[in-house]
Design a protein around this ligand. Structure first.
Ligand code: ZN
Length: 131
């Protein structure tokens, strides 16, 4: 099971989905994880119904941070802002499908942190302290 999940992560790392930029975008934000050197920028366009219509992300970093951003960019398509606000650590871990130590958690959660900060101004959110 573990190797299957790792294959999925490597696939997203090597063939990232929705990588690029949106200009203009309704939500645009970037942040980094200095512990590992990961950097992620996220651009989101909202449709007239208030749902996520288009997502693009760009950045560089380790496989976990890049795969997480790629997966998250697919996950949030069509979601409302309220649904985005509900996303938490567990959703990311479920997407990645592997157990992560504390250091890797910062990598995995960076894309969601960029989303939380850019869309809702939750600058203090790291997700790492959530149980
Ligand atoms: Zn990393």
């Amino acid at each position: 099971m573990d190797s299957l999940y790792q294959e999925v992560i490597l696939d997203h790392y090597r063939n990232p989905r929705n990588k690029g930029r949106l200009d203009p975008a309704d939500i645009s934000h970037e942040d980094d994880n200095p512990l590992c050197g990961d950097q992620i920028r996220l651009d989101i366009r909202l449709g007239e119904d208030g749902r996520v219509a288009e997502v693009a992300w760009d950045g560089h970093g380790c496989a976990i941070s890049m795969a997480s951003a790629s997966m998250l960019s697919q996950e949030i398509q069509g979601k409302t802002l309220e649904e985005l606000l509900q996303l938490g650590k567990d959703d990311i871990l479920e997407m990645l499908g592997i157990e992560l130590g504390r250091a890797r958690l910062h990598c995995a959660l960076l894309s969601l942190k960029v989303l939380k900060t850019g869309a809702f101004g939750l600058t203090a959110w790291t997700g790492v302290e959530e149980s």
